[in-house]
Design a protein around this ligand. Structure first.
Ligand code: C5P
Length: 217
């Protein structure tokens, strides 16, 4: 049986670090669906597409191909790098990610990637939409201040110039957008287990989840 692990939660809750580590320890695939929303968001923005125009978005998406291969993402055959990791790309991901057309396009792709394999997938709607059949569903949370601080450290390490206050503001704004949109909002799946990582190390969160995986997979 394939072991499917869904990790959802708001920006900066530690999903990416935890999901990556889990996949490594279990020797299974890892999918970062936020990266896919960032790729599409940034691309649509660069094409000058109005986030409210279904027609314009559809036209562009018809000519776009996104691929996932060996942990790397490709847009129209071109490998994606750190350009999608800026705070601004996160905002575009949120804005365009509220479009039903974008969600349909990416959900289909994500479901295909997750089918017939063991995988840890992380995002906002994995347990509810992409892998409702996952044996393990985790809803990872942390206070906005802790999350902003983590993002601040992460971006600083990458040499990017950022302000903590601005990051906190963006996180609160993104939470609001992600939780209030009509399609696939950020909500905890009924059968998800909530873990608050505010006062836990990555190792502690990973251990907690591995215990659950042992019982269910
Ligand atoms: O996880 P990350 O911060 O990279 O995600 C960027 C944005 O992409 C989120 O704020 C959210 O708006 C969107 N997203 C989404 N559904 C997912 C993953 C990400 O709407 N499954």
């Amino acid at each position: 049986m394939h072991c499917k692990i869904a990790i959802d939660g708001p920006a900066g809750s530690g999903k990416t670090t935890v999901a990556r580590e889990l996949a490594k320890r279990l020797g299974i695939e890892y999918l970062d669906t936020g990266a896919m929303y960032r790729i599409v968001g940034l691309y649509l923005h660069n094409c000058g597409v109005n986030p409210d125009s279904t027609e314009e978005i559809e036209k562009i998406l018809n000519e776009v191909s996104i691929e996932y291969k060996d942990g790397e993402y490709y847009l129209n055959g071109k490998k994606i790098g750190d350009e999608i990791r800026t705070a601004q790309a996160g905002v575009y991901a949120s804005q365009y990610g509220a479009s039903p057309v974008v969600r349909k396009f990416l959900t289909k792709l994500q479901k295909e990637i997750c089918a017939n394999r063991s995988i840890v997938a992380e995002g906002r709607d994995i347990g509810t939409v992409v892998m409702p059949d996952a044996q393990v569903k985790i809803f990872l949370v942390a206070s906005p201040e802790v999350r902003a601080k983590r993002r601040y450290e992460e971006l600083k390490m990458k040499g990017l110039e950022v302000s903590y206050d601005e990051l906190l503001r963006q996180i609160i704004e993104r939470d609001k957008l992600d939780s209030s949109r009509e399609i696939a909002p950020l909500v905890k799946a009924e059968d998800a287990i909530e873990i608050d990582s505010s006062n836990l190390s990555v190792e502690e969160v990973v251990e907690k989840i591995l215990e659950i995986v042992k019982e269910r997979c």
